[in-house]
Design a protein around this ligand. Structure first.
Ligand code: GLU
Length: 468
């Protein structure tokens, strides 16, 4: 589908504010956003807050923050459905006037009894059309004191067929679906009705969403047709599976964008990983936001479920860490160090430290953990201490501390101090470098030791070497 059928291209994401931005919704948002950007169209944010009991402002705020973090900028919105109740009511009334919707006075108890009867007879549970007007049918008069709902007069036969942008042709018989409630007794529209009115009013040309909505789409298409509104094209994305092969769920680890932000993932890496989860561009695994937008034309979307792979996400993040600039990383790391209660002097060479360690870190948190050595305490594992900080090496480490006192404070100066101590104690580089790494970082491997040490505050470093 390289040639889009409807112009201008307008896409939307329509999260329900009942929690954080879920990874699945984030991926749908990403595809919708990129599709609009690729085609020079518009991307709209709509907040589907009609589930009043479960929607919260806090969730709205989290969703907006995650969208911003991912860089999914929208051209319109956020539009809140609960601010559009009058519009839904007016459209529903119009449908009643046109004979395409009707009031239903069946009480919840009556409907329960109806469904129980259907179940007992082994039939599918569905609304039996008792208030549906038909030619030659006499309806009872409205019972007093019963609040009505408004139902859609769904076509009773024929098939609803659409060319799904992801799954190809989908056909669902109208006999499978009943007369949908459009507006509940309290005046709040149902999801399927509000979505149609909104997608129509917002002139949405392409709807990408999760395939859990496939069964809703026939109702929506029938409603569009009843309204005489132009149909958007639909693309239903397969679910994201967790490593247990089940739908990605909270029980199996983090499912919100926020959690990954907190864990130290870069937004461009998250975008890269989410994009690849259900879409491909040849063998390209690592790409930028700009490349993704340039490549994403809605083709090469996968029909089969994608599997969430934390190790791959970490690898992708590591690749983006490598190419991130040191000043950007420093700005991202500073609050993470502050959150650990560490105070950095304004002269701290944080950028140089980020540059030196970023290649070995797959997340910002991992990088922050390394840099703790420069600003805080390092805890030494007992086995490392016994193995590497032996009585025989201690004099050489202390001699190094002293030599560093007079060294020129550069990597070359530190290297010269090392050289002098190695010569004086008859040692080879690793014999001293490894104990120093352990003493200073609590690790046996680090980037080049002279570069690592030259980025310390001289007094702190000397203190640490002397105290072993
Ligand atoms: N509020 C719905 C959801 O979060 C939106 C579905 C749609 O895009 O139509 O699943």
């Amino acid at each position: 589908m390289n040639a889009p059928a409807v112009t201008p291209i307008r896409t939307r994401i329509a999260p329900s504010p009942t929690g954080f931005l879920h990874l699945g919704t984030a991926r749908t948002a990403l595809y919708s956003w990129a599709y609009a950007r690729h085609h020079g169209g518009q991307f709209v944010l709509r907040i589907e807050d009609t589930d009043v009991a479960r929607s919260t402002q806090d969730s709205v705020d989290q969703i907006l923050a995650s969208m911003q973090w991912l860089g999914l900028d929208y051209d319109e919105g956020p539009v809140y459905q609960m601010q559009r109740l009058d519009r839904y009511q007016a459209v529903a009334e119009q449908l009643i006037q046109d004979g395409k919707a009707y009031r239903c006075y069946a009480t919840p108890e009556e409907l329960e009894a109806m469904k129980a009867g259907q179940e007992a007879r082994g039939e599918k549970r569905r609304y039996d059309g008792r208030w549906r007007p038909e030619a030659g049918k006499t309806l009872p008069s409205a019972p007093p004191g019963v609040a009505s709902v408004i139902r859609f007069k769904n076509p009773s036969d024929g098939d609803v067929v659409w060319q799904d942008l992801v799954k190809g042709e989908i056909r669902i018989s109208n006999r499978e679906i009943d007369d949908l409630i459009l507006v509940r007794a309290d005046g709040v529209p149902t999801y399927n009705f509000a979505v149609v009115v909104d997608d129509w009013d917002m002139r949405i040309s392409h709807v990408f969403r999760g395939d859990e909505h496939i069964n809703n789409t026939p109702w929506q298409i029938n409603l569009f047709q009843a309204l005489g509104a132009p149909l958007p094209q639909y693309g239903h994305m397969p679910v994201i599976l967790g490593d247990d092969g089940q739908k990605l769920s909270k029980r199996r680890g983090a499912v919100s964008v926020t959690a990954y932000e907190q864990a130290g993932y870069l937004p461009e890496a998250m975008l890269n990983y989410l994009a690849r989860l259900g879409w491909s561009h040849g063998d390209d695994e690592i790409f930028s936001r700009e490349q993704f937008v340039a490549w994403f034309d809605g083709s090469h979307l996968s029909k089969s479920p994608a599997q969430w792979d934390p190790a791959k996400l970490e690898w992708v993040n590591g690749q983006h860490m490598k190419s991130a600039s040191a000043d950007r990383l420093a700005a991202l790391i500073a609050p993470r160090l502050a959150a650990r209660g560490l105070v950095m002097p304004s002269s701290a060479p944080l950028e140089a430290q980020c540059e030196l360690f970023k290649d070995r870190c797959s997340t910002l948190e991992a990088l922050a953990e390394w840099l703790v050595a420069y600003y805080g305490e390092v805890t030494l594992a007992d086995d490392l201490r016994t193995q590497h900080l032996t009585d025989s090496i201690r004099p050489a480490v202390r001699a190094l501390a002293l030599a560093l006192n007079d060294a020129e404070w550069t990597a070359a100066g530190v290297a010269a101090a090392f050289k002098a101590v190695l010569a004086g104690h008859g040692l080879k580089m690793p014999q001293l470098a490894i104990p120093v790494r352990v003493a200073v970082f609590g690790k046996t491997q680090t980037p080049a030791i002279d570069q690592c040490l030259a980025l310390f505050d001289r007094k702190i470093l000397m203190g640490r070497l002397q105290s072993i």
